[in-house]
Write a protein that binds this ligand. Structure first.
Ligand code: GLY
Length: 375
């Protein structure tokens, strides 16, 4: 509540996974929340494979710590979404296996000490049908997955609606409006009907993913395109996620296997599938699990990861006072949605004095301007 006793309005700029997660947590804390969403289908939350994999991804430093913290929040976070929506999010503690060609490669992996070491026999037992070229592995039982594309996004949206979050669908933020001292005072929006209107607010959260720079040019966020596909495997043919170099296979409960992903840094926002991208995925499938090359393909799609120079997110207040940032999550958006929504909602629904020391510390580590060099 504000000092005047009424509920503060927060505008969430972006209706993807980050925007919905933050809107949901803010609404749980009693805020009046409006989500402005341009095109839901392009949200990275629909594109990702849903791995919850700080260890399997081989993260390090503050990003590993953030990822591990978020992983620990996920069961409770998912419980809240499921309770508020009445829908399952498809969380699976399937564990993730990272295979290697040599023991030396395995032992050099950044998170090796946090996993279980597998020799060739143990690896073959963990992943039935794994190609014999993989002779060592790491099992991260603590990592998992969530069915982001089919379940989580829908459940989050339903949870938001049930808590009174308002949506402006098909609307695009054209500009950020500032007062005479440079503080945010609103946003200029083009609605789905093409009408331009100003929406006043003192606080907004930028959750525009790969498109963040279009609104705030100072932000060092660039798109990294990823192409993906899915296969229909036999139910339970694959029990663990396999995270190979350049390709991963994520088995859902019903046998659907999500396969990712290319990592195209020079593709900009170029839409569409490419023969090279698709053959890279096919080659990756064949090199990991030869039998899966015969499983029928179901869907193919692509999206754009929001990447920063150190591949960590931008969290906290941005260059315009009143505009908060929750963007730049690159490969780890699904994993980091829990901690991001907790941090941002805590900061926006209380005063700075009541943010915990730990939250302040995290905002410090992931400031938007941490890349500036001093001369
Ligand atoms: N999180 C995996 C990817 O971005 O491809």
């Amino acid at each position: 509540m504000t000092e005047a006793g009424h509920t503060p309005t927060v505008l969430v700029l972006g209706g993807g996974l980050m925007g919905l997660s933050i809107a949901h947590q803010l609404a749980r804390r009693g805020c009046d929340v409006h989500v402005i969403s341009r095109r839901r289908s392009e949200a990275a939350g629909f594109v990702a494979a849903g791995m919850l994999a700080p260890h399997a991804e081989g993260l390090s430093g503050p990003l590993l710590a953030l990822g591990r913290q978020s992983l620990s929040l996920i069961p409770r976070w998912v419980g809240q979404i499921e309770a508020d929506s009445g829908l399952s999010c498809g969380l699976r503690t399937s564990g993730i296996v990272v295979p290697f060609r040599t023991v030396k490669e395995r032992d050099a992996y950044p998170t090796a000490s946090l996993g279980q070491y597998l020799d060739a026999d143990q690896l073959a037992r963990e992943v039935d049908g794994l190609a014999p070229t993989w002779t060592a592995g790491l099992l991260f039982e603590q990592d998992g997955q969530i069915d982001n594309r089919r379940r989580l996004m829908r459940a989050l949206e339903r949870a938001c609606v049930s808590l009174g979050v308002q949506f402006l669908e098909g609307s695009e933020v054209q500009d950020l409006l500032k007062d005479s001292v440079g503080h945010l005072k609103g946003v200029m929006v083009q609605t789905a009907e093409g009408v331009i209107q100003d929406l006043p607010c003192h606080q907004a959260v930028l959750c525009s993913g790969a498109w963040s720079q279009q609104l705030v040019p100072q932000l060092p966020v660039t798109p990294v395109k990823g192409q993906m596909l899915s296969l229909q495997g036999p139910r339970d043919a694959l029990k663990r996620v396999i995270f190979g170099p350049g390709t991963y296979l994520v088995p859902r409960e019903d046998g659907l296997v999500v396969v990712g992903a290319t990592s195209e840094r020079n593709a900009g926002f170029r839409d569409g599938l490419t023969p090279d991208g698709q053959s890279q995925l096919q080659a990756g499938i064949a090199s990991l699990l030869p039998a899966a090359s015969q499983w029928p393909p179901m869907e193919r799609w692509w999206g754009f990861r929001p990447c920063t120079p150190d591949e960590g997110p931008l969290l906290g207040e941005g260059p315009i006072p009143g505009l908060w940032l929750a963007t730049g999550h690159h490969r780890n958006g699904v994993l980091l949605a829990a901690i991001t929504s907790q941090l941002i909602s805590a900061a926006l629904s209380t005063t700075n004095q009541t943010i915990s020391q730990q939250e302040k510390h995290l905002f410090g580590l992931f400031r938007w301007d941490r890349f500036k060099t001093t001369i």
